[in-house]
Write a protein that binds this ligand. Structure first.
Ligand SMILES: [Zn+2]
Length: 307
């Protein structure tokens, strides 16, 4: 995979007025383009850094007549995305798909041309359209004059855009990280973009409180995705700094569902959630996955509560 580092993005932001949200970081994150397959690129953060930085990974697909973007990072990175697209192709950005509503995946939407066709799952449109929301949901971004950026194209279970080498399949397999997580398959590139249903090789952030996500259904949704998606080798994860492979998704489902199963039986056997968390260690076959203590406690807490 070819990697093109854009050093220009290292410059500090001088225009403080552009930074209107708490999430836009004062220091610009370096974005890195990785060629994933022919006509498909991942615009991510520089490997090795810490924290949110520019937000989630962006997929850049160069179709025969235009560019499709999947996810648009944190507000303030829209121009960076456009600049990186221009380094790849002269074709116009025609389509934007958001994997879900969160500010680090849809923040740049309002910085793109409003003629773009924005596509999301119907539940994500409902989240984006809320009058009020906790900040991760990003609904304030679409208030007032920015309502023109609300997606006009939605789907329920599955839809396809483009044909032939341009074909992109969108799947909804159920609740998990939120209630509107889309899995995007770039057919010709044999690549899936997972959003935060598979952010990295660690336990997920579960947006149960505001995004109607579910710890229990997260596992079921992973299983449905593993069963329902075929012809994929490569994965553009939600936040991991480099692309991963399909077997990682399969293993992620195994890793996560193993925790669900163990937590359910611990609960049935009268163990407290705290006792279970204390006793848990990552099984050896999933040793490349991390069970961060705080995420584990939160996840197990939701499982015990039946959420
Ligand atoms: Zn998210």
């Amino acid at each position: 995979m070819k990697r093109l580092v854009c050093l220009g993005a290292l410059a500090l932001v001088g225009v403080v007025s552009m930074v209107t949200t708490q999430q836009a970081w004062q220091e610009r994150s370096t974005l890195v383009v990785t060629e994933v397959a022919e006509n498909l690129y991942m615009l991510g953060n520089e490997p090795g850094g810490q924290g949110m930085r520019g937000g989630g990974n962006t997929g850049i697909f160069v179709g025969s007549t235009g560019v499709t973007l999947v996810d648009t990072k944190i507000f303030g990175y829209g121009q960076d995305i456009i600049r990186h697209v221009r380094e790849i192709t002269d074709k116009p950005i025609t389509t934007v798909i958001n994997t879900h509503t969160h500010y680090d995946h849809s923040g740049g939407n309002t910085e793109l041309p409003d003629a773009v066709n924005f596509i999301v799952h119907e539940n994500t449109l409902a989240q984006m359209s809320r009058d009020s929301c906790e900040r991760v949901t990003n609904c304030e971004a679409f208030h007032g004059g920015n309502a023109k950026y609300l997606p006009e194209t939605t789907f329920t279970d599955r839809t396809t855009i483009g044909s032939g080498s341009d074909q992109i399949d969108l799947y909804y397999f159920g609740r998990g990280h939120t209630d509107g997580d889309t899995w995007i398959v770039y057919r010709n590139a044999r690549t899936v973009q997972t959003g935060d249903m598979f952010a990295r090789k660690g336990l997920p952030f579960l947006d149960v409180a505001n995004g109607n996500g579910s710890a229990l259904e997260f596992g079921e949704t992973l299983q449905k995705a593993v069963a329902g998606i075929s012809g994929v080798d490569t994965v553009i994860p939600g936040h991991n700094d480099v692309p991963l492979v399909w077997q990682d998704v399969v293993n992620y489902s195994g890793f996560y569902n193993d925790i669900v199963d163990r937590a359910k039986s611990a609960q049935a056997n009268g163990q407290s959630a705290e006792q279970f968390v204390e006793s848990y260690s990552v099984p050896s076959q999933y040793s490349d996955f991390a069970a961060e203590p705080d995420r584990l406690a939160t996840t197990v807490g939701y499982i015990y509560e039946g959420q």
